[in-house]
Design a protein around this ligand. Sequence first.
Ligand code: HEC
Length: 111
Amino acid sequence: MRTLYTTVAITLITGSTFLNAATYKGQKIYIDLCKGCHGGGQELAASKKQRGWEKLMENKGGKLADIHLTSKKASASWEYFKDRSYTKEAKHIEDFLVEYASDSGNVPACN
Ligand code: HEC
């Protein structure tokens, strides 16, 4: 029995650490590459519901890339959105946005 509890506990701990790591990665990407134009990431994330972010980020972030690549105002971001590193990182960005979506229940810290 003891081993079973230990296994369950370890699974839960590593599971949540993994989730946080993914969210953290996305947040770091956001701070490095998106914050300059969009400001606070948690506020941007809270502008849509989880479903909205999933739609925008499906197919390796295709829609989000389109929005930027068709906007002259976003031209400084074209290099990144056309790059392979974007399609690789799109999932992390999605994790971050979904984590703080308006219906996620994760209220960003007020600061
Ligand atoms: C050079 C500035 C710039 C950078 C860098 C940039 N964006 Fe944008 N972004 C824009 C502009 C401008 C628009 C509005 C496009 C339009 O509607 O014409 C936009 C639109 C968006 C939208 C659409 C909002 C909506 O309501 O549909 C999202 C989401 C978004 N950006 C997220 C990001 C993320 C995530 C990153 C980083 C990976 C990023 N942006 C990097 C300028 C930028």
